[in-house]
Write a protein that binds this ligand. Structure first.
Ligand SMILES: Nc1ncnc2c1ncn2[C@@H]1O[C@H](COP(=O)(O)OP(=O)(O)OP(=O)(O)O)[C@@H](O)[C@H]1O
Ligand SMILES: [Mg+2]
Length: 431
């Protein structure tokens, strides 16, 4: 039986291509309240079965991620014909908004703070990349959309990556609903942009893009059209950083260029390696930076993030009612959950039977030729690359609890009947 959490929506935070994000309060037992963010898939996209199946698949996987630099996912649910992800609420801003604000002031973040943000991103990514199943096999997790809107910065100066793996689902929509992914191509890696298989080194490349843009205040690959952007990514041309920011040391520029190598074999092989080089650079350049500096920057640049909320954006009754009857698809904050594991056959379909039984959602789908992320061909047609990605076994209800309940019930019933007979006999109703 699915748990039924109560969520009270406070306000709409923002909207992306595939979803709207709301700030809400989870009301638990005995008046316990916790702020959460709820991502609501735009209802028309929920009709795309392939997208939803992959979306749920990735969202379920993200339930297992628990790290200071990763936005924690608490719950996945369904209501009103669409789907929701309930996650940790990050009170602050996203990196895109911070960069835009700096640009409007004609300023750049201090070099050490830009480095700090990317090092923190690397910590979160590295944790997810390193996750293994119970048998010690890598789960092969890749974020696939490391871009400024998916990097959240809290008022306290924390840096957290959000939307792990969701890009994989979104690319299902590229052919039918191209608006959904518009503007996202500037944060692809060359191998993704050419339809090749991607691995964690795609995320290394994207950290390189974010670092380049933070340090220079310039978009690296953005072209006038999507096709131009994709061609820029494929070519991987990286203009001199010093022309935009003379304060950039050649050693630092070298690090960014290594992260941005077109050939994944020539890149840093892991986010750990990139972060390590950045740490060495900070040390050798005698630069000191902590989360407190980021906190001060946020105070100065963004101020109170809640001040800019458009009152019109306050949630309407319709959404509140929808979320009020939200039913968890997978048992809510599944603390009972076993660690994820690869199925013996990595291409085997993921078991989403739990979803089906509660929600009537589409059957679990995992394409044996995992097609993520797609890539534009010169003709503009979307081409899918083959990415090996594991199926993830979820905790299954093996019926043990039901069987125990049955025997307890039977014992109680027998005891009650025996007691009634004994009393009836004692009172002389039974000879
Ligand atoms: N857990 C969260 N806490 C606080 N704010 C969040 C949270 N998740 C998302 N947001 C805010 O909502 C915005 C929109 O998120 P969303 O993921 O829907 O769109 P996007 O990242 O811009 O694009 P995409 O649809 O490609 O992911 C984010 O940029 C961020 O500002
Ligand atoms: Mg996002």
């Amino acid at each position: 039986m699915a748990d039924r959490e109560k969520y009270k929506v406070i306000r709409k935070l923002d909207a992306g291509g595939m979803a709207e994000v709301y700030e809400a309060v989870a009301e638990g037992i005995e008046g316990f309240e916790k702020k959460v963010a709820i991502k609501r898939v735009l209802p028309h996209l929920a009709e795309n079965k392939k997208f939803i199946a992959m979306f749920l698949d990735e969202a379920r996987l993200s339930l297992h991620l628990s790290h200071a630099n990763v936005v924690q996912v608490f719950d996945i649910g369904q209501a009103g014909g669409t789907y929701f992800i309930v996650m940790e609420f990050v009170n602050g801003t996203n990196l895109k908004a911070l960069m835009q604000k700096m640009k409007s002031r004609n300023q750049l973040l201090p070099i050490e703070q830009s480095i700090f943000i990317v090092m923190e991103m690397c910590r979160g990514l590295s944790y997810a990349h390193g996750l293994k199943d119970a048998k010690g096999r890598s789960l092969g997790i890749v974020h696939r959309d490391v871009s400024p809107p998916n990097v959240l910065i809290s008022k306290q100066g924390e840096v957290k990556i959000v939307d792990f793996g969701l890009a994989k689902a979104t690319s299902q929509l590229e052919v039918t609903d191209p608006g959904v992914v518009k503007g996202k191509y500037a944060y692809l890696s060359p191998e993704a942009a050419t339809g090749k298989k991607v691995d964690l080194r795609m995320d290394v490349f994207c950290c390189g893009i974010v670092l380049y843009e933070l340090l220079t205040g310039q978009r690296l690959f953005l072209g006038n059209t999507d096709v131009e952007t994709i061609n820029n990514v494929r070519a991987g041309y990286v203009p001199s950083m010093q022309q935009f920011n003379p304060g950039i040391h050649p050693q630092l520029e070298g690090i960014v260029r290594s992260a941005l190598a077109v050939d994944p074999n020539q890149r840093y092989q892991t986010c750990d390696d990139l972060a390590e080089s950045l740490a060495h650079f900070l040390f050798s350049a005698q630069l000191k930076v902590t989360g407190f500096d980021i906190r001060r920057t946020l105070e100065n640049v963004i101020g109170d993030p809640n001040k800019h909320i458009d009152k019109q954006a306050i949630i309407d009754n319709f959404i509140q009612q929808e979320i009020a009857v939200f039913s968890s698809l997978d048992g809510g904050m599944t603390l009972r959950r076993r660690p994820p594991s690869r199925t013996s056959n990595p291409n085997a379909p993921v078991d989403v039977s739990g979803f089906n039984s509660h929600s009537g959602s589409p059957p679990g789908y995992r394409d044996s030729n995992q097609s993520m992320p797609g890539a534009y061909t010169p003709s503009g047609a979307y081409q899918t690359g083959s990415v090996s990605n594991a199926g993830y076994e979820e905790e299954e209800d093996d019926g043990t609890e039901d069987r125990q309940n049955f025997w307890v019930g039977l014992t109680v019933a027998l005891a009650a009947v025996t007691l009634i007979i004994a009393i009836a006999w004692a009172l002389g109703f039974i000879p």
